[in-house]
Design a protein around this ligand. Structure first.
Ligand SMILES: [Zn+2]
Length: 345
């Protein structure tokens, strides 16, 4: 019986093959850009650094674009000013490629005016820096006693409603299509039945939504927190959903970020990707560029594929071949990364 090579041998052959196409890989990664950028950092990946690279970095930071591609990946010792070189590299990339600067940057921190982020991206003076809504909601949720409370999911759904408003014409079109679909099955649905038959996924696919104006959102959020506070937010055993003292502090700190959640003025975050016909009704399908959730998914992906090479996942994620990416990692093209990073197995 022939001897099957061990994984180490296969990995070596794979890496050598990849190294032979280094230039092409570097070019493919560094030629990506976008008009809506997302910035997010994670600590999970750097904890896997072992050997001489251990404890040399505190954060893995990625920048993505509106198409879900990762256009930059760095390891740094700190956030804030620690990202200055990365920002400089991005600004130069756009300048050299003669591409218009991005319009929006979504982040999970440093969103307010005069923050580090505004300073390090000073090369793009018209860039709107916005706080990712999901991160804002997570910050508010910290004021809840537990996420297993029976009122928790209802509270979070209402929190989302206080922040977003659906486009009424899209929503009406979807309701009519769903009604027609149910009637085609010989049902006689009430308005409530039609609404209940629409899934969250269908809403997101067929309806645009906008962030509410700051003043309106602030009032609605204040009312929501008051409605769930104290005895009104208790379960049958008298356990409150909200820790009043903690929530008061959180609200005091977070309400100043409401302007940072606003959609960039005059910029269309939705792109129509096609149409779907439902019971004779033509519904548009949209892709939304808002927020940094795509990077959260990438971090999960990156965490799973390590041990491996950082750039393998990056190029795989961008829809290219994994082989091409190893050499980028081996060449040290990951900005600020130690040349020979050993990853714990
Ligand atoms: Zn802010």
């Amino acid at each position: 019986m022939p001897i099957v090579p061990k994984h180490r041998w296969l990995m070596q052959v794979y890496a050598q093959d990849v190294l032979s196409r280094l230039g092409e890989v570097k070019a493919s990664i560094t030629s990506l850009s976008g008009q809506v950028l997302k910035l997010d950092s994670t600590k999970k990946i750097v904890r896997k650094l072992a050997g001489s690279a251990r404890s040399t970095a505190a954060w893995a930071t990625n920048v993505g674009n509106e198409f879900g591609q990762v256009i930059m990946s760095v390891l740094t010792a700190s956030e804030g000013w620690g990202l200055a070189k990365m920002a400089e590299g991005l600004v130069n990339r756009y300048k050299q490629a003669n591409i218009a600067p991005p319009r929006v940057l979504y982040t999970d921190r440093d969103c307010c005016k005069n923050s580090h982020l505004h300073k390090i991206f000073g090369g793009w003076p018209n860039l709107c820096i916005r706080l990712d809504v999901w991160h804002f909601m997570r910050r508010i949720a910290v004021g809840c006693t537990t996420d297993s409370h029976p009122l928790y999911s209802g509270f979070m759904a209402q929190l989302s409603r206080c922040i977003f408003v659906w486009d009424q014409s899209d929503l009406q079109r979807l309701i009519e299509a769903m009604r027609a679909e149910l009637e085609a099955c010989h049902l006689h649905p009430s308005d409530d039945d039609v609404r209940k038959s629409i899934t969250k996924k269908e809403m997101q696919l067929h309806c645009k939504r906008a962030v509410r104006p700051a003043a309106e959102m602030e009032v609605m959020l204040g009312q929501l927190l008051a409605a769930y506070d104290g005895g009104r937010g208790c379960n049958s055993l008298g356990v409150p959903l909200i820790n009043s003292a903690r929530m008061k502090e959180i609200w005091k700190a977070q309400r100043r970020h409401i302007p940072c959640l606003q959609d960039p003025p005059g910029f269309q975050l939705y792109t129509q990707t096609g149409t779907v016909t439902k019971a004779g009704h033509v519904l548009p399908t949209y892709r939304c560029a808002r927020g940094s959730t795509s990077l959260e998914n990438f971090h999960l992906h990156m965490n799973r594929f390590i041990p491996g090479a950082l750039q393998v996942g990056k190029v795989q994620h961008n829809g290219q071949t994994a082989t091409e990416s190893v050499k980028a990692f081996l060449s040290g093209s990951v900005v600020n990364t130690k040349e020979h990073v050993v990853l714990r197995e």
